[in-house]
Write a protein that binds this ligand. Structure first.
Ligand code: ADP
Ligand code: MG
Length: 242
């Protein structure tokens, strides 16, 4: 028997508003992410990516469908239990890095560990390890405003990974970076997944420059998600799936 996927979205829809002004942002979306798999969902602005990712992370309630993380239906949890589940199991990365400017890089990661109950020397050692994985070990004592954009985003990834979440959800993580810096961020995210620091990863993006790194690419348009066809793969210059 194969193990269940660590992460699954099942028949999820979301409508904003009602009557003639209603917007159906997400329409009957289903997909799952396998152990140590990175799935990218690529689509234009307004296609529903942020809405879908917010539902996937339990930040927003779907109008229909459910999200199953490690066998747990998070859509069925109450507000407080869902927040507790998020803290333990889900790491978020956003386009705006959301770092704490008064803390150095190491402390930014330690704060995430402290929130989840790890303090003192164990927190410092874990923070240092994860900074090293993101190639930031010589940046540990530097404040975010002295880091490059790519380094800031790598720090945000380090923070999201600190508590060994099961799932990392990233919303446009490379949108404010140049091509080389964006690529480096995604490559290091893949290194982290390959190293077992997260069990599954979903990246929603309109940045087609980074699509050679994820294991699988899905397309989102007008609220719907579908696999990339051969024609899509050719136009997006995706590598041929192995
Ligand atoms: N809170 C909201 N209230 C009303 N409409 C929203 C809200 N959030 C998103 N939408 C609408 O849903 C659609 C999808 O938005 P979004 O998920 O942000 O797409 P993307 O992230 O792909 O740009 C858009 O038409 C947007 O205007
Ligand atoms: Mg968005």
């Amino acid at each position: 028997m194969t193990a269940p996927a660590p992460f699954a979205v099942e028949g999820v829809s979301r409508t904003f508003g009602s009557g003639p002004a209603a917007v159906q942002a997400v329409r009957d979306v289903s997909f799952s992410v396998a152990e140590r798999e990175i799935v990218a969902i690529v689509g234009p602005s307004g296609s529903g990516k942020t809405t879908l990712l917010s539902i996937a992370g339990g930040l927003l309630t779907p109008s229909a469908g459910r999200v199953v993380v490690l066998g747990e239906d998070i859509t069925a949890l109450g507000h407080a239990r869902r927040a507790a589940f998020r803290l333990r199991h889900i790491g978020f990365v956003f386009q705006s890095f959301n770092l704490l400017p008064s803390l150095n890089a190491l402390e930014n990661v330690e704060v995430a560990l402290n929130l989840a109950g790890t303090a003192g020397r164990p927190a410092k050692l874990r923070a240092m390890d994860i900074l090293e994985l993101l190639a930031l070990e010589d940046r540990a004592h530097i404040h975010p405003n002295e880091l490059s954009g790519g380094e800031q985003q790598r720090l945000a990834v380090a923070r999201a990974l600190a508590n060994r979440p099961d799932v990392i959800l990233a919303d446009e993580p490379t949108a404010s970076l140049d091509s080389a810096a964006g690529h480096r961020v995604i490559e290091l995210m893949r290194t982290a997944v390959d190293a077992g620091e997260a069990r599954a990863m979903v990246i929603v993006t309109h940045d087609t420059r980074i699509l050679d790194v994820p294991h699988r690419v899905l397309l989102m348009d007008d609220g719907r998600v579908r696999p990339a066809s051969d024609a899509d793969r050719a136009s997006l210059r995706l590598p041929v799936p192995g």
